[in-house]
Design a protein around this ligand. Structure first.
Ligand code: ZN
Length: 266
């Protein structure tokens, strides 16, 4: 094989590696070619939220985060009032049953409920944060360890139906350093009722990652981080059955399966 051909194949595979896999299902990602690269980067919205658009091969491709409760054809809005519809496939997620000792974390009292409503608004802002520019899509797993709760699990906590699992749970001992999955900026740190000590990172162009239940936060809003920089330590703050990292990834404000960003995993 000619040398230039080998080189171009290597470049192509590098490009493909740093791209989340396409899986057009609830909680997955659709890849929609929108315009040729010779055109300006297009503005794409899904349910009023800005969508991540990346250059891939010869096109500007929209990476649409599909909500877990989505069903049937989905539609994105393009500039000039145009729309583009795309089909998704159904996906059945498994059920997980958990027991939480602190029942106020399962059936919150009035004061806690008010706190939860306030925090949801703050978290919504963090999830939908959009910074123009290039998206950093080369991801690593933030802590090594066994996955103990996959994304999308239908949850029953103390036998009560609750929201599906919006991230990946990785078992690790309290104090294990948590690494930034990719280069980015710290956009929010907080102590939330459910997710405990939490860090949000902005990886550009609407790609957001979130790390929850930390025993210690070691990052400050405004910090620039490189992939692998330590941003905190594993813990069990908030609503947690034990020490682990809960790791979420958001596209257009929707939680999508973080495994799609990691190599060799489904
Ligand atoms: Zn979790």
């Amino acid at each position: 094989m000619k040398k230039w051909l080998l080189l171009s194949m290597a470049l192509y595979s590098c490009n493909a590696l740093a791209m989340p896999r396409e899986n057009p299902v609830p909680g997955g990602i659709a890849h929609l070619p929108i315009a040729p690269l010779s055109a300006q980067a297009p503005l794409v919205q899904y349910e009023g939220k800005r969508v991540t658009v990346v250059p891939l091969d010869a096109y500007w491709v929209a990476l649409v985060g599909i909500p877990l409760d989505a069903a049937g054809d989905q539609t994105v809005q393009l500039q000039g009032g145009q729309t583009l519809s795309f089909p998704i496939q159904a996906k059945e997620y498994k059920t997980q049953r958990l027991t939480i000792k602190d029942n106020n974390k399962v059936e919150p009292d009035d004061e806690s409920s008010e706190r939860i409503v306030r925090e949801m608004a703050v978290q919504e802002q963090a999830k939908t944060h959009f910074t123009a520019g290039e998206a950093q899509l080369d991801f690593i797993k933030p802590v090594p360890g066994r996955d103990t709760g996959r994304f999308g699990l239908k949850r029953f906590i103390n036998n009560q139906p609750r929201n599906p699992h919006s991230g990946m749970d990785i078992a690790a001992a309290t104090g294990t350093p948590i690494k930034a999955t990719a280069a980015g900026t710290v956009i929010h740190t907080d102590d939330f009722f459910f997710s405990g000590n939490t860090v949000y990172l902005d990886h550009g162009a609407g790609v957001i990652s979130m790390y929850a239940h930390l025993s210690e936060i070691q990052a400050q809003v405004g910090d620039t981080v490189q992939q692998g920089d330590v941003i905190g330590k594993v813990g069990s703050t908030g609503r947690a059955t034990g020490p682990h990292l809960h790791w979420s990834v958001y596209l257009n404000g929707e939680a999508v399966d973080p495994a799609l960003f990691l190599p060799n995993k489904k």
